[in-house]
Design a protein around this ligand. Structure first.
Ligand code: NAP
Length: 317
């Protein structure tokens, strides 16, 4: 294991000095790690635009943030449902027209361990549709804005990428034959990670500037399983959350905030950042071990073309 460049305690938000004048866009920011990431960014003076699916939950989250950080806190909300590509398009168009500069897009939102095969509005298996295809389209549509801002894309992955199939199931992306709540979630998180590393290569080839980072929150006490998992998984994760195997949602937010803001240390885009303690579930934030299948070039290239076709979005058009 490499020595942690941020010291024994790992990366913490104390490293951020001042984010005044910077704008961050965070998907799924009304709760969990996205909410905590937004709070850290706002506390340092940044503006945060939340891309959430629920108006009601967004208003409650904004009220809570303003209560804690002050009425002038620069937090706003744009409605976006990742399970409906027309909603993603609409939100991205709105941001492109109304946000002059975007310092980073944090692809944080997700659903997980959905008990039964369900579909998005566009007919995709829901976890792949929300977690990967929705973000693929969003990143593509906001790319020019991020490029002109010399901004970053942060992809929030999961240790789940190394569970399940460990590759893309190209002959059955909707899992019609072998749907499994966990394996299918892992498939979607692996897709997100593979997309990120492939995007880095394409940016380099095109001589563009956007930096893309990949991280994960370890095991964090958020509403992820409570929101989309089965009763059994909710009880299991609830019990686990009472043990030191699970950390706070705030700690779970550190890796994505680090990837969005760290400027002094030279972060490595090909790395994978997150908690470095027990099983990489908790502990000091730093560089984690990455399994080679996450950077399988042939699979990533094929995933890219499948994603362009399914979302009907060509990156360079
Ligand atoms: N918590 C963990 O232990 C853990 C472990 C590994 C990876 N992760 C990853 O960490 C990230 C953050 O998750 P979390 O743990 O903080 O979960 P969370 O508390 O459930 O937050 C997820 C967020 O995503 C939003 N979301 C879900 N479906 C959406 C959709 N269709 N359109 C727009 N937003 C949607 C949720 O909105 P609603 O409130 O409306 O549902 C919520 O704001 C995810 O990428 C997850 O895969 C978490």
């Amino acid at each position: 294991m490499k020595t942690n460049p941020f010291g024994q305690q790992g990366w913490t938000p104390d490293r951020i000095e001042n984010l005044k004048g910077k704008t961050y866009v965070v998907t799924g920011a009304n709760t969990g790690a996205g909410f905590e990431a937004s709070k850290i960014l706002l506390r340092k003076g940044a503006a945060v635009i939340m891309l959430n699916r629920s108006e009601q939950k967004s208003e409650a989250a904004i009220a809570e943030l303003k209560e804690e950080l002050g009425a002038n806190t620069k937090v706003s909300f744009t409605k976006m449902d990742l399970s409906d590509l027309s909603s993603v398009r609409k939100a991205a168009e709105h941001l492109n027209q109304n946000v002059p500069k975007m310092d980073a897009l944090l692809c944080n939102a997700a659903i997980a361990q959905v008990p039964k095969q369900t579909f998005t509005a566009d007919g995709f298996e829901s976890q792949l549709g929300v977690n990967h295809y929705g973000h693929f389209l969003l990143c593509g549509m906001l790319f020019e804005k991020l490029e002109s801002s010399q901004g970053r894309i942060v992809v929030v992955g999961s240790e789940g990428y190394k569970m399940g199939l460990k590759t893309m199931q190209f002959d059955d992306m909707n899992w019609d034959h072998n749907y499994h709540p966990m394996n299918t979630y892992c498939h979607s998180k692996l897709a997100q990670i593979m997309f990120a590393y492939e995007l880095q290569d394409r940016i380099k080839t095109a001589n563009q500037q956007v930096q893309v980072y990949v991280c994960h929150p370890g095991a964090s006490a958020t509403s992820l399983i409570k929101n989309s998992g089965s009763l059994k998984d909710r009880i299991l994760f609830g019990l686990m959350s009472l043990t030191p195997l699970v950390q706070s949602a705030q700690k779970g937010a550190y890796p994505e905030v680090m990837c969005a803001t760290e400027i002094t240390a030279n972060l490595n885009q090909k790395a994978y950042y997150g908690p470095t303690g027990t099983m990489q579930w908790t502990g000091p934030v730093g560089e984690c071990k990455l399994e080679p299948h996450a950077q399988d070039k042939a699979v990533a290239v094929k995933l890219w073309s499948v994603s362009e076709k399914e979302t009907d979005f060509k990156w360079n058009d």
